[in-house]
Design a binder for this molecule. Structure first.
Ligand code: PXL
Length: 267
């Protein structure tokens, strides 16, 4: 049987935990055929884990995209790290005419292990060029606050207000990941413009969380590629990341990654 196909438009995390590496591993685990458009390369200094970030040039982004749309076709797509306003704008224009029915925007603004947010003007560009096209947007609480124009999200009411504001930018479904702001719970909030659905899991005490966000949005993308509905995709992605976090492991003294194979091993 021909598998469903999913595309990630994202950066390379050469450490293997996040970025396109996480996305392709997750697509494989969820039984969809994975394809990629690389937007940026990220390397890390071994002593400090400071990130070195080199964007891919726009001609090559366009060539990769054309390979897939119209060259192959995709049942669903996601975006991850888009390093500049120009690249966000370009990817938005490419997606606007691509006719991809199921699109997940992961508004990556910061890498775990570094506190350096990507540029604030990127937030504006994402709101303008990407959110109106999206089936689902998956910010964490920091990203949600930026997108919503709120200083900080601390309560469930704050999260609902942020979801309402983000939904106002034209995205069909907002999923806010609140893994860190409540003491015992990892909550995900889904807002479809009408109702709020809360997904409640016990919070895991691990510092090896690298790749959790990319893996979550990739799993939603894979489930949508298989024509799953949005609430089921969010549920499966939460289960997938929870399992991957239970078996997360250190890569070195700076960082540890989620284990993408964990859910498959449970069955
Ligand atoms: O985890 C966010 C992230 C996304 N994409 C790439 C990254 C990182 C963090 O390191 O390198 C390519």
């Amino acid at each position: 049987m021909t598998p469903k196909k999913a595309l990630t438009i994202a950066g390379s995390d050469c450490s293997g935990g996040a970025g396109i590496q996480a996305d392709l591993k997750t697509f494989q685990e969820r039984d969809v055929y994975g394809m990629s458009v690389l937007t940026v390369m990220v390397a890390m200094k071994p002593e400090t884990w400071d990130h070195v970030v080199v964007p891919v040039n726009s001609e090559m982004i366009a060539e990769q995209f054309a390979t897939i749309i119209p060259g192959i076709g995709a049942d669903a797509a996601k975006t991850g790290m888009l390093p500049t306003v120009d690249i966000i704008t370009q990817v938005g224009r490419l997606l606007a005419t691509a006719g991809i029915k199921r699109l997940v925007i992961d508004p990556v603004m910061v890498c775990k292990g570094t506190s350096q947010p990507l540029f604030p003007e990127n937030t504006e560009a994402m709101l303008k060029h990407l959110l109106p096209l999206a089936t689902v947007v998956t910010p964490n609480t920091f990203e949600a606050a930026q997108l919503a124009g709120m200083p900080e999200l601390k309560t469930q009411n704050d999260l609902e207000e942020a979801a309402r504001r983000i939904h106002g930018h034209g995205v069909a479904n907002v999923v806010i990941k609140a893994a860190r702001i409540f003491p015992d719970q990892a909550l995900n909030l889904l807002f479809d413009g009408k109702s709020f659905t809360w997904f409640d899991r016990p919070r895991l005490e691990t510092t090896w969380t690298h790749g959790a966000g990319c893996t979550f949005s990739a799993c939603i993308t894979a489930e949508l590629a298989k024509h799953g509905d949005v609430p089921s995709a969010v549920q499966t992605a939460g289960d997938f990341v929870h399992a991957a976090l239970v078996e997360s492991f250190p890569l070195n003294r700076h960082v540890g990654a989620v284990y993408h194979k964990a859910m498959a091993k449970l069955h």
